[in-house]
Design a protein around this ligand. Structure first.
Ligand code: CA
Length: 276
């Protein structure tokens, strides 16, 4: 659906709320003006879309490279990787974004969108559904990156290492969890050939991180300000880290030679919990 997030101010937000409701109802096949039959999670998503962030189901994309609030981006250098609107796989409706991620550092490729048109506060929730075909490798990879204006415009990265999900801070290469065997064991793999719901809470006031996979909090992907060996003691070595996110990019960055094919759908960003 088209994002209403460009509308500003109280009246703009009211219009945005109405548009988002119509869009969600349309997606459910419910005519505007009739009682919604949305379940609780859809209602939460609707609220978050309307209030301060955006949501995107990619159904209004017309094929080829993503357009609208999205563009194909490669921060440092690019190669064979591609991002296209896909009609073969979808979490909702009939369309998603497909990323063919190549191996090697210069295969950065992402579907990116700015967050500067949102009314987000210090705490940002990012939720997306992802499907991919190759288990997370031993080498470091990234499939979601966010420019952190609070960290000299370096990236906050979500991806994998040692076969499990991790956060990585580009500025100092800190990882969450620490990449010890005990730390990695407190994270989880990203399942293959199925849609998985990933949600992160990034608290820019406290410098905290929390991460849910299919609605379950992942112990190894939490930085709570209280250093825990194998989890966030390395991460909290930068006690002054306070994320201030200005964009969201979904795609592929491979620091080894690993490739993957990934699909993303039902992306939402807001300042309250989004759910799956
Ligand atoms: Ca979709």
């Amino acid at each position: 659906m088209a994002s209403p997030s460009g509308l500003r101010g109280r009246r703009g937000r009211a219009v945005a709320a109405a548009l988002a409701t119509v869009a969600v109802l349309a997606g459910l096949g419910v005519a505007s003006g009739t009682a919604p039959t949305a379940n609780a999670s859809t209602a939460r998503q609707t609220m978050a879309c309307a209030a301060d962030g955006f949501c995107e189901d990619f159904e209004s994309q017309t094929g080829g490279e993503p357009t609208g609030r999205w563009s194909v981006e490669a921060r440092d250098c690019s190669g064979t990787g591609t991002v296209t609107v896909d009609t073969a796989e979808a979490h909702s409706g009939t369309q998603s974004i497909r990323v063919d991620g190549g191996g090697g550092y210069c295969n950065h490729v992402f579907a990116g969108t700015s967050l500067t048109d949102t009314d987000l506060g210090d705490t940002v929730y990012v939720r997306f559904w992802v499907r991919h075909g190759t288990p997370l490798p031993d080498a470091h990879v990234t499939f979601a990156a966010m420019n952190d204006a609070g960290d000299a415009d370096r990236d906050l990265r979500m991806g994998g290492q040692n076969g499990a999900l991790q956060w990585n801070r580009e500025s100092d290469d800190a990882t969450l969890p620490e990449q010890s065997p005990d730390g990695v064991a407190l994270s989880v793999p990203l399942p293959v050939d199925t849609w998985t719901c990933v949600e992160a809470q990034l608290d820019g006031a406290a410098g905290h991180v929390a991460t849910w996979v299919d609605g379950e909090l992942v112990e190894g992907l939490v930085a709570d300000g209280d250093p825990t060996h194998d989890v966030d003691s390395q991460w909290l070595g930068r006690a002054d880290w306070r994320p201030s996110l200005t964009d969201l990019r979904l795609g592929w960055e491979s620091y080894g030679g690993d490739t993957d094919t990934l699909w993303f759908d039902d992306v939402a960003v807001g300042s309250s919990a989004l759910g799956c």
